[in-house]
Design a protein around this ligand. Structure first.
Ligand code: FAD
Length: 371
């Protein structure tokens, strides 16, 4: 599209997570008028670390925000997979993307703060919970709790795994329980019993449990994450220290000690869900990005990274295509095959016999999505 057309576009982004913030940045760089509507009154993220892949960091370089993000990260060279007791299974350099060879390890809270910090003042409107969307062809109308409405030429649904935009326009299929829990905490480096002395991600695998040590040495901390098979699909399950200790039985004694020392009040506990691939992500004036489009399990560490790449691909498509309608089709054609595959392989986190052991003769029961 011509830059004069892009400048006249009024874009409404629903959701100010990584996907919404990245799309807002990329689209505002096209010159479009962008507003972001977020249901929460305060932007907050879970206490845990993630790795920003080389392709993601390249997008940040392209958007002129590399330094703002990189300064709250530690560059990492490789990841390693080990047995529960620490015998090496494999060690691999992060897949490079052009000049960028490092994955950057970041605290989720720092990441969302850094992204918010690079958006123009006044772009994000907090306390706006989307309740309905009317697709009128070449524009759409959003209705928020309290009754206020907004009309836009393009609506970007970045409202996460329980997306209202997806449910209203594209799919009534709810999230799917993965039969596992994630327990995540950020601990001081010196509480890691000497297990962290570089900036590389390590995953220890036992039967039905994976333990991740993701260094955040720039903060003097480590993200300590346990993912364990569990049949309880309650979104925010009640888990005790003893439950946690059972998941790491037989692991390296230092991992057991880290678990024993955890302050349960600081541990984020949740059942893990994804969604089945959604057939269509767009109409002529509405499009899905991030978890709203393709929520995936975290076994490949690609959900947030994919959300960032979506924003970049959507902006590229608008620049290349002749109209919004064409651009949305091009965006889906570019991104959906990639995320369909990531959704598929992310579901291959466990062996059949591990699953049989935890769910003998039964399927994990999903709970209804909660607000
Ligand atoms: C245990 C675990 C570990 C993970 N580890 C990794 C990892 O290592 N690497 C990685 O890349 N990814 C990882 N992920 C995935 C990653 O967290 C998600 O893919 C990512 O947060 C998706 O971003 P998003 O912006 O699409 O959605 P979200 O982060 O869910 O943001 C959606 C936003 O929309 C808002 N919203 C929702 N509904 C409405 C509404 N009706 N109106 C207005 N606003 C609304 C929400 O409040 C929220 O701010 C992990 C996920 C889990 C569960």
């Amino acid at each position: 599209m011509q830059s004069s057309e892009l400048k006249n576009l009024k874009i409404a982004v629903v959701g100010a997570g990584y996907g919404g913030a990245a799309a807002a940045k990329a689209l505002s760089l096209l010159g479009a008028r962008v507003d972001v509507y977020e249901q929460a009154n305060q932007i907050r993220e879970v206490g845990a670390g993630i790795g920003l892949r080389p392709a993601t960091m390249n997008r940040f370089r392209e958007w002129g925000i590399f330094d703002a993000i990189a300064k709250v990260t530690s560059p990492s060279e490789y990841f390693e997979i080990l047995t529960a007791t620490g015998d090496p299974i494999m060690k691999e350099a992060w897949p490079a993307d052009g000049e960028q060879t490092h994955t950057h390890l970041i605290h989720r809270g720092d990441f969302i703060d850094a992204l918010m910090g690079v958006l123009p003042a006044g772009m994000v409107h907090l306390g706006h919970k989307l309740e309905g969307i009317e697709d009128k062809g070449d524009r759409s109308v959003l209705t928020f709790a309290g009754g206020s409405t907004v009309e836009a030429d393009l609506v970007v649904g970045a409202d996460g795994i329980k997306s209202v935009v997806r449910r209203e326009l594209f799919s009534d299929q709810g999230p799917v329980f993965a039969g596992e829990h994630a327990y995540r905490a950020v601990i001081p480096l010196d509480a890691a019993h000497g297990m962290v002395d570089d900036d590389n991600l390590r995953m220890y695998i036992g039967r039905g449990t994976k333990v991740y040590l993701l260094p955040l040495r720039h903060r003097g901390q480590v993200s300590f994450d346990i993912t364990a098979l569990c049949p309880d699909g309650t979104w925010t399950p009640r888990i005790t220290k003893d439950d946690l200790l059972k998941t790491v039985e037989g692991f390296d004694e230092r991992l057991v000690s880290i678990t024993r020392d955890l302050d349960m009040a600081t541990v984020n506990i949740r059942a893990v869900y994804d969604i089945d691939p959604v057939g269509t992500w767009h109409s002529d004036s509405v499009v899905l990005v991030g978890d709203a489009a393709h929520s995936m399990l975290h076994h490949q560490g690609q959900g947030a990274n994919s959300a960032i790449e979506d924003g970049g691909a959507l902006a590229d498509a608008l620049r290349r295509a002749g109209s919004v309608k064409e651009a949305l089709a091009l965006y889906q054609a570019t991104r959906k095959p990639v995320t369909d595959e990531l959704q598929r392989i992310s579901r291959q986190g466990w062996s059949e016999d591990e699953i049989d052991e935890v769910f003998p003769g039964q399927k994990p029961a999903a709970a209804a999505p909660q607000e």
